[in-house]
Design a binder for this molecule. Structure first.
Ligand code: ATP
Ligand code: MG
Length: 214
């Protein structure tokens, strides 16, 4: 099943970032986007994940033209189908790590996966307030929170940026199993070449265009 279809995307901030980018993803697929710092990867991810309307082009998620939806439809799509793991973690700061997972669990009517919490090495910190956690622990909680929602597509912007090698590899394996088991999709932005090449497809953003390199 087609999960994402982006057509002829172009975007300019102070200067043109990219033009005429097209990309499609099916269920069960993992895709990585690589490229130099400042080239526009996060911007592209924001556009593909409904957070930023491009200057030109269209994005369909689950066969819905996302920038043509009204705000109620868009909120519903984001809540039910999209998993966003970005550099800022969007955790509820006044809550404990576990309460953050409970919120996701209640909203999605899905149970908290305690095995996942253990695999992410979070057992010892799960009762602590988010503000007391390290950057990498917060990152792992946000990964657990997003997976608890059971999204159809995960957009992850350097999700292992704050993590050591062993934990990063575990996160990659968790993503891969999730995508396979749930017939979901993963779009990963990373500077880690090894993790990029674990994905089914790899694209490089360079010279304002997106080129498939695997
Ligand atoms: N909201 C914004 N307004 C103006 N310029 C922006 C905005 N967001 C990003 N930019 C600019 O767009 C360019 C691309 O930024 P982006 O964050 O997409 O790069 P990136 O490829 O994700 O880099 P990194 O690997 O360092 O995360 C940068 O020059 C940045 O300053
Ligand atoms: Mg970025």
């Amino acid at each position: 099943m087609k999960i994402l279809e982006a057509t002829s995307l172009s975007h300019t901030f102070e200067y043109p970032l990219f033009s005429d980018i097209s990309l499609s993803m099916n269920s069960g697929e993992t895709v990585a986007i690589i490229g130099e710092s400042g080239i526009g990867k996060s911007t592209l991810l924001h556009i593909l994940s409904s957070l930023l309307q491009p200057n030109e082009g269209a994005v369909e998620l689950l066969e819905k033209d996302i920038y043509a939806l009204n705000s109620r439809e868009l909120v519903k799509l984001r809540r039910d189908e999209l998993g966003l793991i970005f550099q800022s973690h969007y955790l509820f700061k006044g809550f404990s790590a576990h309460e953050n997972l409970e919120v996701a669990s209640i909203l999605a009517s899905e149970p908290i996966d305690e095995t996942l919490v253990s695999r992410l090495g979070l057992d010892d910190v799960i009762k602590m307030k988010v503000t007391q956690l390290s950057g990498g622990q917060q990152q792992r909680i946000s990964i657990a929170r997003v997976l608890t929602k059971k999204p159809r597509i995960i957009f992850a912007d350097e999700p292992t940026g704050n993590l050591d090698n062993k934990t990063s590899l575990e996160v990659m394996k968790i993503f891969e199993e999730y995508v396979q088991d749930e017939e979901a999709a993963l779009l990963l932005v990373t500077h880690n070449e090894e993790f990029a090449h674990r994905c089914h497809k790899v694209y490089k953003l360079e010279n304002r265009v997106l080129t498939q390199v695997k």
